[in-house]
Design a protein around this ligand. Structure first.
Ligand code: NAP
Length: 466
């Protein structure tokens, strides 16, 4: 599906994670001669693939090879270290491009909304994930693992699985990955022995993938522990599971039941999975978390038949040293871009940005990925999502609904403003440098974890290449 008349079609994509790359790919396949410029506020690309995917999950991270291929298209450009709302505005982009795609993800976290959430020792999983992955926003976080034996982990998704693994895994193994160097001393002095996973619904509704929980059980030195009571399926869930035919959920339930049958092994570190429990208050002493009150829950079908948790009226107090909230990411407003506060996303209809829910379409503005649909799905989900946005973009292009840029190349504007944008060639040199430095340290990559450090090396490598 090529359009020979389209040479000169320029698209700005804000973000450089999976959704951004899949958008570029779909555009290159559809519009001959398209120019697609990816903007990222950080000097390094790849969004959550670099800053979110766990360092011991290198197979998942290898998806960047696909993105490297997309970047080979002659119409591809990268402008790293350029922040929308600081260095360039939405108006600047509209003056230079025919279409703009927002693909900046969801950069914040959901709140529990319970008493005691601001106590020391209560952490957002998103901060921990960013910290061990060397994301510059999270470098300064501190996690008091030295004084912790039992940790509560709220949420039953794959982020919770990542956090549990990193908290319980051997630091010697993690050291060999591309984990942030600054995380290692803290992980080495950790005294965490037990992570208690608190899921507000049952094992049949757990959001983690079977592979992710099963993987933890086979790591040397870690047991996954479930009580028979926790593994038991209530009537509603059993019926729901049968009717929905959901294979992953069935596999999760079978796994959890096998763990319950195995009983309580001794000696290893533990991931203890609790179900139908929800934190309702956090207690502390001298400003530091000491315990969590958990409400026991039961499931009731909502109007759509989906089992939802309701308190039974029974509560229990669990003594814990730390608590991590892994209850989901949340989008943040970006200057000049409409924001739907209820869902934390860019309001849109099938990828076309609207001024507000139910409002007018903002012609020429689109979104893709998490900021379009919310923080759900695996990396590959963003491919279909981006393609759907590009279908809308092509329809609008055909019918003449686009921006009418007054200028062509944004580079002159960036130069005028003395913005030191990182090009794809800069990134390739930096990438090689990080790998080489990693090799010297016996690991896959030595990730630089601050914008200043990244930019210093980018500039140094530019100099050495001339
Ligand atoms: P998620 O999959 O949406 O899971 C969030 C969990 O938090 C759910 O179990 C949810 O329970 C629970 N929760 C939400 N609000 C809560 C509250 N107030 N109290 C108690 N529990 C609450 O989100 P995620 O783990 O952040 O992951 C985001 C996306 O990235 C997911 O699609 C995930 O699969 C993906 N991811 C994939 C990988 C991988 O493949 N290795 C790794 C990390 C992330 P309810 O179901 O009851 O709402």
């Amino acid at each position: 599906m090529s359009d020979a008349n389209s040479t000169g079609w320029r698209v700005a994509v804000v973000g450089s994670g999976p959704a951004a790359f899949y958008t570029a790919e779909a555009l290159f396949k559809s519009v001959e001669g398209a120019q697609v410029d990816l903007f990222d506020r950080l000097p390094a690309p790849f969004g959550l693939v670099r800053g979110g995917v766990a360092p011991d999950h290198q197979k998942i991270k290898s998806v960047v090879k696909v993105y490297d291929k997309i970047a080979k298209d002659p119409g591809f450009r990268f402008f790293g270290n350029v922040k929308l709302g600081r260095d360039v505005s939405v108006e600047d982009l509209a003056a230079h491009y025919h279409q703009i795609v927002y693909a900046f993800g969801c950069e914040s976290d959901q709140k529990l909304g319970v008493e005691g959430e601001d106590l020391a020792g209560v952490y957002a999983a998103t901060d921990f994930v960013g910290w061990y992955n060397g994301h510059p926003d999270h470098r300064e976080h501190r996690f008091d693992l030295k004084n912790a034996r039992r940790v509560a982990l709220v949420g039953n998704g794959n982020v919770a699985m990542d956090v549990a693994r990193i908290l319980l895994a051997s630091p010697d193994e993690l050291q060999k990955t591309d984990i942030a160097e600054h995380a290692m001393p803290t992980l080495r002095e950790s005294r965490v022995e037990e992570v208690v996973l608190l899921g507000r619904r049952g094992p049949a509704q757990a959001a983690f993938s079977p592979k992710e929980i099963e993987e933890i059980a086979v790591i040397d030195g870690i047991d996954v522990v479930v009580s028979k009571q926790d593994a038991e399926l209530d009537e509603l869930s059993a019926k729901w599971l049968e009717e929905s035919g959901a294979r992953s959920q069935k596999r999760n339930v079978e796994f959890v039941q096998r763990c319950a049958e195995a009983g309580e092994p001794q000696g290893n570190k533990r991931l203890r999975c609790r179900f139908l429990v929800s934190p309702s208050a956090l207690f502390g002493e001298n400003g530091k978390l000491t315990a969590v009150r958990i409400d026991h829950m039961q499931l009731q079908a909502d109007d759509t038949g989906t089992p939802r948790p309701r308190p039974t009226g029974t509560t229990e107090q669990l003594e814990v040293d730390l608590l991590f909230k892994a209850i989901g990411y949340r989008g943040e407003p970006v200057p000049g871009v409409p924001f739907e506060d209820r869902k934390g996303i860019v309001p849109n209809v099938d990828g076309r940005v609207v001024e507000a829910v139910g409002g007018d379409v903002r012609v020429g503005h689109y979104c893709a990925g998490w900021c379009k649909r919310g923080p759900t799905g695996l990396i590959g989900t963003n491919s279909a999502d981006a393609k759907a946005t590009v279908v809308a973009m092509l329809e609008d292009k055909q019918s003449g609904k686009a921006l009418t840029p007054a200028a062509d190349d944004i580079e002159s504007l960036l130069q005028e403003r003395s913005i030191d944008a990182v090009t794809w060639a800069d990134w390739q040199r930096l990438d090689e440098w990080e790998r080489r430095e990693g090799e010297k340290r016996g690991k896959l990559r030595h990730k630089l974890a601050s914008v200043e450090e990244l930019m210093a090396v980018v500039r140094e490598l530019r100099g050495s290449d001339e």
